[in-house]
Design a protein around this ligand. Structure first.
Ligand SMILES: [Zn+2]
Length: 73
């Protein structure tokens, strides 16, 4: 149960990554958010129900307005 204000977005919402980090392991490349979502450095996610959100794959990095890190480049 979230005790933050404003309340963190639920794991089934599109803005779920806006929840606060409650456990962080940067040395291992992941963080757990208040809503139970585990977020990896490559932006892949594991949701509380066990489903997986695939890592972000950049196909058109030139379309971004901020610098990006390309995996495998
Ligand atoms: Zn919260």
């Amino acid at each position: 149960m979230c005790g933050h204000w404003p309340i963190c977005p639920a794991a089934d919402r599109s803005d779920r990554e806006a929840a606060r980090v409650v456990v962080s392991h940067p040395e291992q490349g992941w963080s757990k958010l208040c809503n139970g979502v585990i977020v990896f450095d490559d932006l892949g996610e594991i949701l509380p129900d066990g489903s997986v959100v695939a890592p972000m794959v950049l196909t058109r990095p030139e379309a971004l307005t901020r610098p990006a890190v390309l995996v495998g480049a």
